[in-house]
Ligand binder design. Structure first.
Ligand SMILES: [Zn+2]
Length: 296
């Protein structure tokens, strides 16, 4: 949260995910009233950066939420799913009786999540957004579709929020751009203590897929719905197109991943593929939305 005493701007508004002791932090009240925050700026759509927005809006936030055009389309998809999961978790806890709260309540509901959409305002990369005494600007961060680093300027002082950063050589998303010089940097550190391996996705996947298909098997790949699913589908398409794999049917079994994949066509300027390449790569995938078909 940035404040100059008069205006308050919140950078990202995520959920804690993972271990229970981390998730419990989602239930703590914020140190500031949501109604006193003037604007939110969002680096990207992932839930650990956007997932608290439904609670923020429900609890009184009435300002704009600035994000890039792909994020504006992605956020409602991810939040609706998150709201549904919160409700399912509460229902499950009530049925099994393992919560100490009676009844266990969801952190927020699917309806709360749907109310976020109308506060989202899309702004492209390299465009100044006037937030009163603050100005903010998105630059490509190379992470997922529409992900941005954020420079916020206040009276000549520049604050840079890296957001999650991607790699230079990702197959679908262009590399991060060098941001303008800054006085303060707030940096993500997910891979700060590790080296990425040089392993090639297509090569590794091709090897496993050939071995599995060769013995009449079915290759199942668990993948995150946003970003990873599309990268894997594209790799599979290239392997089939290049004759490295036989023409086997490819299924995408996730309503959320299906919705996200369709956004790649709409936001072709935000990734490396042309609209035609998207249609080629994703068009042949058979989409499975229902649980019944997924089980068959
Ligand atoms: Zn992320």
């Amino acid at each position: 949260l940035l404040s100059d005493g008069e205006q308050r701007v919140l950078v990202d508004c995520g959920l804690f995910q993972g271990l229970k002791r981390l998730r419990q932090r989602n239930w703590r009240s914020l140190p500031v009233k949501p109604s006193e925050i003037d604007a939110v700026v969002l680096t990207h759509a992932h839930i650990d950066h956007s997932g608290y927005l439904p609670a923020l809006v429900r609890d009184g936030f009435r300002g704009p939420i600035y994000c890039t055009p792909p994020s504006k389309d992605l956020v409602p998809i991810l939040l609706t799913d998150s709201g549904r999961l919160q409700e399912e978790d509460a229902t499950y806890a009530n049925r099994k009786g393992f919560s100490k709260h009676r009844p266990a309540l969801p952190l927020y509901t699917e309806d709360d999540a749907k109310r976020v959409a109308k506060r989202l305002e899309a702004v492209g990369y390299h465009t100044d957004v006037d937030l009163g005494s603050w100005t903010c600007r998105f630059e490509p961060a190379g992470h997922i579709l529409g992900a941005a680093s954020l420079t916020i300027t206040w009276e000549g002082t520049r604050f840079l929020f890296s957001g999650d950063l991607g790699r230079d050589d990702a197959p679908l998303i262009p590399p991060p751009e060098s941001p303008p010089p800054a006085d303060w940097v707030v940096m993500e550190g997910t891979y700060g203590n590790r080296d990425h391996s040089d392993a090639d996705l297509e090569e590794n996947l091709g090897e496993v897929a050939r071995r599995t298909l060769g013995r009449g098997g079915v290759l199942m790949v668990p993948a995150f719905a946003v970003g990873r699913s599309q990268a894997i589908l594209y790799a599979v398409y290239q392997l089939i197109d290049g004759g490295e794999l036989p023409e086997v049917p490819v299924y995408l079994n996730s309503p959320m991943a299906i919705d996200v994949t369709k956004l790649y066509v709409r936001h072709a300027a935000y990734h490396r593929l042309t609209v035609e390449e998207c249609r080629q790569a994703f068009g042949r995938v058979r989409l499975v939305r229902s649980v019944e078909r997924a089980n068959s």
